[in-house]
Design a binder for this molecule. Structure first.
Ligand code: FEO
Length: 393
């Protein structure tokens, strides 16, 4: 049960998922998540903003029963992904006169994924409005946060923005509102890194549009509600900006200690030059922490031994992830070792094609590092330091 009043006649009626530890069978959720649903009762019409993941269907149904909701006129679908749309068929079954309000692209996806019939929809365009009597919903088409069909809904009189995934956080809490901005900062940044970062350019444009709205509350569909929207909007403005920080992240894996000793040496050399270093042992690390570090870093150095003439599969995974998340990195390099040969550098650098990075001369050694190899790592640290200086960080 998770019913909270957000404002008079506006309730949060979704579900908290305390136990979920993996999303999309990929993303770790160390703090669980929530699927937020908002019930808005106007003087004439009632609207539901999004629904819950089908696993939590009964909780949404119970919440609506507890609030004695005898009619829903509109089910607004901001995003077709099933953690928000998956219970629309059940709500339509309970309230057969309800219309699913969404944009044409989202409608097509909902018809394909949830088999909702055509006559159940009402489609809207950018800036269209629907009146609930004393309350007005305005729809803002905002593609690519993080699917092509996404939109935001703004409740004008109450000045509440319902952005679905945008500004969300995978953070299960019994508190309806953010109590401590800095407590939510890290989960929100992790969420941005994993879900939103590949669409940084689109989000930047949407933020400009959102700034024109007079927002009092941001009510996302994951995590707590922001009653200080400026905090999360400023955080997003920083994350999507082109600014990078004086940081080097080093995702690495080592089988027999050679690559590990190179990484340790490089970490110390970079620290001596005043650079923030974040090494991630890929066999131990939560991949979400690596994603968070990618938000701000200027440089990535991937460390890998050679396995079957190529990089270690864990390093391949990290390279694939970094490339897919499209962070604003400026420089990349590779360090590692081999026993008798291989194409580790070619394979890893060939995987970073989405990144607009300058590749700094890799350091690849045979066996355990020797004096000359450590000197090569010193030269890599020097070059990275010089490159960072050119960015005026
Ligand atoms: Fe929370 Fe894109 O779904």
């Amino acid at each position: 049960m998770a019913i909270h009043e957000i404002k008079p006649n506006i309730h949060s009626v979704g579900a908290i998922d305390w136990d979920r530890r993996l999303f999309d069978e990929l993303i770790p959720l160390p703090q669980g998540t929530s699927y937020n649903v908002y019930l808005i009762r106007g003087t004439q019409k009632t609207a539901l903003i999004d629904t819950v993941d089908p696993q939590k269907e009964s909780e949404l149904v119970d919440n609506l029963k507890k609030l004695k909701v005898d009619k829903i006129d509109y089910i607004v679908s901001n995003h077709a992904e099933q953690d928000h749309s998956g219970t629309i068929p059940k709500i339509l079954e309970m309230y057969p006169n309800a219309k699913v309000v969404t944009n044409p692209k989202c409608k097509t996806m909902l018809m394909e994924m949830l088999l909702i019939p055509d006559d159940k929809f009402m489609t809207v365009k950018d800036n269209d409005t629907i009146s609930l009597g004393d309350k007005t919903l305005e729809f803002i088409i905002a593609p690519w946060v993080h699917w092509p069909e996404t939109m935001l809904t703004f409740l004008k009189e109450d000045r509440i923005l319902f952005p679905c995934d945008l500004f969300g956080s995978h953070f299960a809490t019994s508190e309806p509102f953010v109590k401590d901005n800095w407590e939510i900062y890290e989960p929100a940044k992790r969420y941005y890194a994993e879900i939103m970062m590949p669409f940084r350019t689109s989000i930047k444009k949407h933020l400009e549009k959102i700034k024109e709205l007079d927002i009092e509350i941001i009510a996302p569909s994951h995590g707590p509600v922001y009653n200080n929207p400026r905090f999360i909007m400023d955080a997003y403005a920083d994350w999507v900006s082109d600014k990078v920080k004086n940081e080097v992240i080093i995702p690495f894996v080592s089988m027999h200690g050679s690559t590990r000793s190179m990484v340790d040496y490089l970490v110390d050399a970079l620290i001596e030059k005043g650079i923030t270093v974040k090494p991630f042992n890929l066999t131990e690390t939560d991949i979400g922490e690596l994603a968070v570090a990618l938000v701000d870093a200027a440089t990535i150095v991937i460390g890998s031994p050679t396995v079957l003439v190529g990089p270690h599969p864990s390093a391949v995974y990290a390279a694939f992830l970094a490339n897919a998340l499209r962070p604003k990195l400026r420089f990349a390099s590779i360090i590692g070792s081999f026993g008798w040969g291989g194409k580790m550098v070619e394979i890893i650098s060939g995987m970073l094609t989405n990144l607009k990075v300058e590749i700094i001369e890799p350091v690849i050694i045979k066996g355990y590092p020797k004096k000359g190899d450590f000197e090569a790592i010193d030269r890599l640290a020097d070059e990275l330091s010089e490159k960072h200086k050119t960015l005026n960080l």
